[in-house]
Design a protein around this ligand. Structure first.
Ligand code: GTP
Ligand code: SPV
Ligand code: MN
Length: 596
């Protein structure tokens, strides 16, 4: 398959370690994919869904202890501990290779090792990075074929170069005690063992495109971010591109595929999807920021996806889609909580057990049929509103950068940072309630700078510095905003309808970025002036609107204590600009300038 000496040597070394019965190179052909599907069906690894209802679709169930990213088993293995920083788990590289090596040893006996050559980004783009993933899972191969550009042409492009990310994955025995997700940025290498779940094993995604890429980005002067990219077309036909970072399961896929609410549709607004999870951002020759989605598919959260909340996602997953850990019925149909229509009369739940609607556990809590972090893997091209620019090798020019989190309290619906430096502070102090996308105490607020806490491949203090320096190279840095779709009232209901109506907020953001849009200054930034956001056709009381934009100085001063505690862990590696912003914010809040 290849004459590349470095690649040949590495593949044979890894085969020596893992002892597979066979090595198969993935060529990207339809025939090979079909054969792999047949093989995985025969072994039960995947189940074919009803061909009429779900053409070309498959079902897969992971082990019950393997349904989300395991951040506590994810490591950055740099020679110096300080280079990984206080927010990452760290292991010394030799020790990491030794520990995981013991799990990899002979792990592929009786199995096939698949060699997947893949590219993140379109071939021929200055953004693009090449990786090779070795895996003993057909499920991983089939997912990588959707999520990345994989196959023979990648090897051709690579030629004799040894400039590729070396990814090794084995399911091992799916034992959480022998699970490790290791990154060696200094060796451009990823080792993942003991898991079969998405973000742990589709090595092109979080491992390469964020953890390794963020490291490369710092060296090469660009940004690798956990961001969606979307285009908003206004009635005059102008398209503004926005990149937005929200933590896992906080609305990136939904925002990227947004359908404008009726009054805005009538005015002629349209949305174009470019990406839903990862953005690579570079400074263009014109001094603007250009963003590219390196993926070719969506690995999206299933629960809550229906024809009301996200019709575009529903249309995207109608065919050629892999469903993981949703509810399966006996007649080859799938369902999930918050999905389309009534639940089926019975089925098999994500954990393989028989399921009926209304089942409750010992504590009386409903037992879900689909895991809250169940997912679909679907080709991006099937999205009805895919942007014609989605695979432009140059990327798309950014009008604005948006940060956001899931905060029941505190953060207003939207606010604008005063400057790039203040915007970096806003990103660095992002926080969100923990969701089912990661193991951990659900609902608890944790700081998640730029939605990158689990994905930054180096010391986060250096990452803040990189953001600050990057901004200084931009003649006109884009404006930075913060949004919160998730603020709740005293009864725990969302104050804001969200989903399609989020476009109303984006329109204000775009107006502001172009120098328009009425705003009021508060200590934390600019919020929309009364009436500046188009609320036409919305059933929302004045009182609710007031609550949505409320900035309570006392609550914020309390929040600031947590900012300080968070930053303290970085010691003197923290850029002074961050504490400068902290003190300025504290001062503004103490002067009692809050709205009220
Ligand atoms: P990852 O794939 O884990 O990175 O997640 P994501 O950021 O793409 O999140 P996604 O769009 O899949 O949304 C996660 C959950 O948030 C789903 O259950 C959605 O229904 C819900 N959600 C998304 N947007 C909104 C919104 O505007 N308001 C409310 N209330 N919920 C939302
Ligand atoms: C996330 O958790 O942010 C995801 C899913 O996008 S995973 O690929 O598992 O990381
Ligand atoms: Mn994500």
């Amino acid at each position: 398959m290849t004459r590349n000496k470095a690649l040949q040597k590495w593949v044979s070394e890894m085969a020596e370690l893992c002892q597979p019965d066979r090595i198969v190179w993935i060529d990207g052909s339809e025939e090979q994919k079909r054969a792999l599907e047949r093989e995985a069906m025969a072994s039960g690894e995947i189940i074919k869904l009803d061909e009429e209802k779900w053409p070309g679709c498959f079902y897969h169930r992971t082990a019950t202890n393997d349904v989300a990213r395991t951040e506590h088993l994810t490591y950055i293995c740099t020679s110096k501990k300080e280079d990984a920083g206080p927010t990452n788990n760290w292991m010394e590289p030799a020790e990491a290779y030794r520990q995981a090596g013991a799990y990899f040893k002979g792990a592929m006996r009786g199995r096939t090792m698949y060699v997947i050559p893949f590219a993140m980004g379109p071939l021929g783009s200055p953004f693009t990075k090449i990786g090779i993933e070795l895996t003993d899972s057909i499920y991983v191969v089939l997912n990588m074929l959707i999520m990345t550009r994989a196959g023979e042409d990648i090897l051709e492009q690579l030629g004799d170069s040894d400039n590729f990310t070396r990814g090794l994955h084995s399911k091992g025995d799916l034992d959480i005690e022998k699970r490790l997700i290791l990154h060696f940025p200094e060796d451009n290498t990823i080792w993942s063992v003991g898991s079969g779940y998405g973000g742990n094993v589709l090595l092109g995604k979080k491992c390469l495109s964020l953890r390794i890429a963020s490291w490369l980005g710092r060296q090469e002067g660009w940004l690798a971010e956990h961001m969606l990219i979307m285009g908003v077309e206004n009635p005059e036909g102008r398209i503004d591109y926005i990149a937005a970072a929200f933590p896992s399961a906080c609305g990136k896929t939904n925002l990227a595929m947004l359908i404008p609410p009726e009054p805005l549709q009538k005015q002629g607004y349209k949305v174009w999807t470019v990406g839903d999870d990862i953005a690579w951002i570079r400074r263009g020759e014109d001094g603007r920021l250009w963003a590219l989605n390196p993926e070719t598919g969506f690995f999206g959260v299933a629960p809550g996806t229906n024809s009301k909340t996200n019709p575009n996602a529903l249309a995207t997953i109608r065919q050629n889609t892999i469903f993981t850990n949703v509810l399966l019925t006996h007649d080859g149909d799938v369902w999930w909580e918050g999905g389309e229509g009534e639940p089926p009369a019975e089925g098999i739940a994500w954990d393989g057990r028989p399921w009926k609607p209304g089942m409750v556990d010992e504590g009386g809590k409903p037992i879900p049929g689909a895991h809250p972090n169940s997912r679909f893997t679907a080709p991006i091209k099937q999205c009805p509103i895919i942007s014609p620019e989605w695979d432009n090798p140059k990327g798309v020019p950014l009008t604005a950068i948006v940060f956001g989190g899931r905060r029941s309290r505190l953060a207003p619906l939207v606010y604008e940072a005063f400057s790039w430096q203040h915007g970096v502070y806003v990103g660095a102090t992002m926080a969100s309630e923990i969701t089912a996308a990661q193991y951990g105490k659900q609902g608890q607020v944790r700081r998640d700078p730029m939605a990158m806490l689990p994905f930054c491949g180096y010391n986060m203090a250096d990452y803040f510095r990189h953001w600050l320096e990057f901004g200084k190279t931009l003649p006109h840095p884009p404006k930075i905003f913060h949004v919160n779709w998730f603020r709740k009232d005293e009864d725990g209901s969302f104050l804001w309808p969200g989903y399609g109506d989020n476009l109303r907020v984006l329109n204000w953001i775009i107006e502001r970025a172009h120098g328009g849009g009425a705003a009021v200054e508060t200590p934390i930034g600019y919020v929309p002036a009364p009436g500046a956001i188009d609320m036409s056709g919305l059933d929302i009381s004045e009182d609710t609107v007031k609550k949505l934009f409320e900035v309570d100085a006392r609550d914020w001063l309390e929040e600031l204590e947590d900012h300080r505690r968070f930053f303290e862990q970085f010691g003197d590696r923290l850029p002074p600009e961050i504490m400068e912003e902290y003190h300025a914010l504290k001062e503004r809040l103490s002067q009692g300038g809050a709205a009220e």
